[in-house]
Design a protein around this ligand. Structure first.
Ligand SMILES: [Zn+2]
Length: 347
């Protein structure tokens, strides 16, 4: 059986934030010292073949050619157009590499909104079981915050404003290697990076410029429209309006952060934890409706008034096999399913 993920003990929000800062600094130093970066001028044609940089295409490691550079430039250009309007949480999920989404679903169990700083919320997420890091740091910059604070609004309008920000344009960053070496360049060209830009083309890790974000970002943006994050976004709006004492509320307390992580890890509710694309969701709901209709008509057909109690039980057990997955997926409530079984058993 897989080991149950546990939040790492003994880390306070202040320690987590200090860790994020140290990692950011180390990443920046490493980047400044890097010698094998393919910079924008080179992609634009100023490449000196004497540098003999490598790329991996179709699984093969080889030297970069002039044709590669032309293709890289064309890819970067079309990427810039694709994200001209910024990016939303929904787009991140829909455009993500399916394998990253799969890994976010199975390996990354929570995201916690640790600190609010201006228009940015710093989330910590769990790391995958095999990772060297205990956690990762994801930053979400809510581009629309200044617009949301410019217009006066009553307290009761805050939830709607928070939802608007959560579903609107955002910029993101993560400290993991996948983000640094595979996606940060795409985010920079697409203008949806929230921290330092990356202008070096990912010639080895992602020369096809495929996908948009790592699994930690996916887990985080999936949380944005749920109460845990929406409450923090409301708080961010209040802070920006100067209606709260900044210092007292910007950062979570350790107990709050631990509770948020534990609550997410304990969820058995498939619908709330599963990161699915708009298309997957539509398909799931349509399939569930079809199964539910078939199960209901089957139950009505086979359980005729004269059926013995023993036969009824067998038929109900058979129906349960179809209906229980629907309960787990959140398309049918526990109560509705139980009522259906009770009625069918009774006759
Ligand atoms: Zn990441």
């Amino acid at each position: 059986m897989a080991r149950e993920p546990k939040p790492k003990e003994g880390v306070t929000p202040a320690q987590a934030i200090a860790e994020a800062k140290a990692r950011y600094k180390a990443d920046l130093q490493q980047r400044l010292a890097a010698k094998h970066i393919l910079d924008p001028q080179e992609v634009g044609g100023a490449y000196n073949a004497g540098r003999a940089l490598d790329t991996i295409l179709n699984g093969q490691l080889r030297k970069i050619t002039a044709e590669d550079l032309q293709r890289f430039a064309a890819l970067a250009k079309s990427l810039g157009k694709k994200f001209a309007g910024g990016i939303t949480a929904k787009q991140i999920i829909n455009l993500a590499h399916p394998e990253r989404r799969q890994r976010a679903n199975t390996e990354i169990h929570y995201a916690v909104p640790m600190e609010i700083k201006g228009s940015v919320i710093h989330f910590t997420t769990s790391a995958s079981p095999g990772s060297r890091a205990a956690r990762h740091h994801v930053y979400v910059d809510f581009v629309g915050l200044s617009g949301a604070t410019a217009a006066p609004a009553e307290e009761e309008q805050l939830p709607a404003l928070a939802r608007q920000l959560a579903t609107g344009s955002i910029r993101i960053d993560c400290d993991c290697e996948d983000w640094r070496f595979v996606f940060r360049y795409i985010a920079t060209v697409g203008n949806y990076n929230s921290m330092r830009p990356e202008t070096g083309f990912p010639k080895i890790r992602n020369p096809q410029l495929d996908g948009v974000a790592c699994k930690h970002v996916l887990r985080t943006v999936h949380l944005l429209t749920q109460p845990i994050a929406l409450q923090r976004i409301e708080q961010m709006i209040k802070l920006a309006r100067g209606t709260l004492d900044r210092k007292a509320t910007a950062r979570l307390k350790k107990a709050q952060a631990d509770d948020m992580a534990l609550e997410q890890m304990a969820r058995k509710d498939w619908k709330r934890t599963q990161i699915e694309t708009t298309e997957e969701r539509t398909e799931r709901l349509a399939a569930a409706r079809a199964i539910r209709a078939a199960a209901a008509s089957q139950a009505a057909k086979t359980i005729s008034p004269g059926t013995s109690e023993r036969d009824r039980k067998v038929l109900v057990a058979r129906a349960q096999k179809h209906i229980e997955p629907l309960v787990a997926m959140g398309v049918m409530t526990r109560e509705a399913a139980d009522a259906m079984y009770a009625q069918a058993t009774k006759g």
